[in-house]
Every structure is written in structure tokens, then in C-alpha cells.
Design a protein around this ligand. Sequence first.
Ligand code: ZN
Ligand code: ZN
Length: 353
Amino acid sequence: MNRVERLREQMAGDEDAFLIMQPENRRYLTGFTGSAGFLLVSREQCLLATDFRYWEQARRQSPDWELVPQQGSWVTCLREIVAARGWNRIALEADFITVHQQQALTAALPQVEWVPVTGRVEKLRVVKAPEELAAISRAVALADVGFQYILDAIRPGVTEREVALELEFFLRRLGSEGIPFEFIVASGHRAALPHGQASEKVLAQGDFLILDFGCIKGGYCSDMTRTVMVGQPTPEQREIYAVVRAAQEAALAVLAPGKSGGEVDQVAREVIKQAGYGEYFGHGLGHGVGLAVHEDPRLAPGENDLLAPGQVVTVEPGIYLPGRGGVRIEDLVIITKDGCRVLTGAPKELLVL
Ligand code: ZN
Ligand code: ZN
């Protein structure tokens, strides 16, 4: 069954159409990669409305969708489509549309009942098709090459920003379509910031250095983290690294269909807690990755949905000691029918540079 058919299964009987504006959802359903446009899916019709800049591109990328050439504002275009068809009950993405947009819709089409819904397309995106897994694998493989490359640039005296830029430039030159997020390059005391973006801080002997980055291929993201040592580690640094690695291995050993995200998170969390660092692992264990770098499913406390084959998640435990530094190790993993397969190929022993 194709993506639109599976979406239609979620539409209520009295619903005339579903309005989709969220960019990744739009791309997932249509293949259209333009930055503007909206979709209307009814029982019989699949409409893609976009402005002049994208008409040719939309025809090429989305041949199964009826192109509605948008001339004026998107609201005017939508009003004309809806009025011509006599639709009066339309679902919209409650977690994406803004209050301002909703007000504009209500003003333009006062007779229409707008039904807020969430997660319909996101739910479909959670389990990846083979071609999606292939794109993600390419993004992972490229990031692995980037990791090997950047090791040579890591030495005392260079700034985090230089490392981040060098890595980004290298990956984009080798074909990454963009960066899925601003790379995290955090060293020394800044490695205690789980999301410390690259700063002007200079790398120094004795620093842990967290590198968290990814690539985009075919629209699909990858996400990986490695923590390396600049100079020789102290016994405490070796211990922290070993604990994080053991927590990640423990989670990977149990990650399988039928487990909940909460259960898998708990396994890693327990290893860190037993070692005495429980309070220093304050974020979830992992997240889904696809067209968006953070999507469902989540591996985190309280997540009860059961994992399924074809889902792609990160496994990224960490320990962050305020003022002293931190360690995170993150792999991207496909859930298979009887377990999981780690895509990330970069080594996980503590590299001393
Ligand atoms: Zn990451
Ligand atoms: Zn991540």
C-alpha cells in the first residue's frame, strides 16, 4: 500500500480533506523537495499547491499529485480549492500550524470546520522502507569517513570552531546535502554541555572532545557522536568513558522489536546509575532519525510504544560532570526482526590524540 493510501486509512469518515504543511511530511508523501507548498488529501484527490518558483520541479518530482499553481497567497489558493469542491470539514496539523495561520484559514473560510490532528504522517514515517534505509546508510557511511578525516585536525591549539568547520566543509565537499544540525564540538569543561555548539575555545591537553555530527543523503539524515581524548586521559576519564561505553553496549544488546523505548533507556540508565553517575545522565537514550534528525520513536523514560523492525534510532548515553567535562557515544541503529544492526562504523575504543 502506498503512503497516501495508508494516510487515508487514518482519515475520519466525515472528513473532506487533510491539509499538510509540515515540510518533512510534505516531502515524505510527495517526493517534492521545494521549500514552500501545501497538500490537500481527500478520498479521491491528491493536490499539491505551490508557487511559480516550483511548478516545474513539482511536476517532475510529484507526477502522481495534481499540481495546483498557486498565484496569490497560499490562503487565497486554498480558499479557491476548498470552495470549488464544497469541502466543509478539513483536518490540519495541530502541532505545526501557527495560531496566525489558523486565524487566516478561519477568516478566509468561516464555514469550514478545522479539525486539529497530530502524528498522522509522522506515524507512517517511523518505519522506514528499504530505499529510506539505503539513504540513511549512505549518510552514516559518509559521516564515518568524516570522523576518520577529522582526527588529523584534532590537536592542542586549534579551536572547536575550526574543527567543526573543517568537518562540515569536508562532508559537504564529499556530497552531504547539508548539515542535519549545527555540529556539536565541545571540549574540556564545555564537554559537560550535552549540546555545546562549537565555540572559540582552544583544545588543550587533557580535554575530552565530544564530536556530534551527521550528514544528509537523499534527504535522509545521519547522527553520530564520538568522544576522543586530547592527550592522555586521567584514570577518572578512562572510567567515565568505560561506563558510557558499557551502558551503550548494554542497550544495544537488548534493543529489539517488542521492547519499549522506556525499557531500553532503562537498561543503559541502570549501568550508569550502578557506576555512581546516575544524576549526570539527564537526557533520553535516543531518538528516531529519518527525513528529520529528531523524530519518533524516542528511547526515553516513560516511552511505552513498542519498537518495530525498520525503525531507525540513535543509542546515545552520556555522562556530563559540570565544570569538568563529559562523554557521549552515539550510534545509529536499524531495528531488525530479531534485534538490531548498528550502522555506525567508527571505532568506539577511547582514542587518544
Ligand atoms: Zn547526535
Ligand atoms: Zn542524536
